[in-house]
Design a protein around this ligand. Structure first.
Ligand code: DQA
Length: 145
C-alpha cells in the first residue's frame, strides 16, 4: 500500500516566492512540492496542502490519522499561537517534523516559542525551502520498512 506524507502549510505560505523574498526566498510552494516529490522512492506519495485557516489545518491533521504515514508541517504564525494545532498533532501517531524556512531564532522574540515543537519529532529552521526536503528525508527514514 502507498504511504502518503502530508506536507501542511499554514497562513500566508500561499504567497511564498512573492512575500518578503529577502526572508523567504523566491521559490514557490509548487517548487517545494516538485523538490520533495523528486525524493520519493517507489511506494510513497505526498499531499501538499496549504490553508490560511486554523480549523482547516486541524481537519487535515485529523485526516492524516488515517491517511498519512508522517506529517511535515510549516504552521506559519500558528506555530507561535495555536494550542489547538498542538492538540490535533498530539492525536496523530506517526512521525511529525516542524519546518520553518527562516531562522525563527534570529528574528523577533515572539517567534522563538513554538507550541508545535512540544510534539515535533524534529525541528528545522533557517535552511530555506531545502528544509522541506530534509524533513521529507527524515520521514522516509522513520517510516521505511
Ligand atoms: C515561518 C516563520 C513564522 O514565524 C512566520 O509566521 C511564517 C513563516 C517560516 O517558515 O520561517 O509565516 O514559519
Amino acid at each position: 500500500m502507498t504511504k502518503t506524507i502530508f506536507l501542511l502549510n499554514g497562513p500566508n505560505l500561499n504567497l511564498l516566492g512573492k512575500r518578503q523574498p529577502d526572508i523567504y526566498g523566491r521559490d514557490t510552494l509548487d517548487d517545494v512540492e516538485a523538490n520533495c516529490r523528486a525524493l520519493l522512492p517507489e511506494g510513497y506519495d505526498l499531499r501538499m496542502l496549504q490553508s490560511n485557516h486554523e480549523g482547516q489545518l486541524i481537519d487535515w491533521i485529523h485526516e492524516a490519522r488515517e491517511a498519512a504515514c508522517g506529517i511535515v508541517m510549516n504552521p506559519g504564525a500558528y506555530t507561535h499561537t495555536s494550542v489547538a494545532i498542538l492538540d490535533a498533532l498530539n492525536a496523530f501517531e506517526g512521525p511529525m517534523i516542524e519546518i520553518h524556512i527562516s531562522n525563527v531564532h534570529k528574528r523577533e522574540s515572539f517567534r522563538h516559542h513554538s507550541y508545535v515543537s512540544l510534539r515535533a519529532d524534529g525541528v528545522i529552521a533557517g535552511l530555506g525551502i531545502e528544509g522541506y526536503e530534509a524533513a521529507v528525508r527524515r520521514i522516509l527514514t522513520l517510516t521505511r520498512d
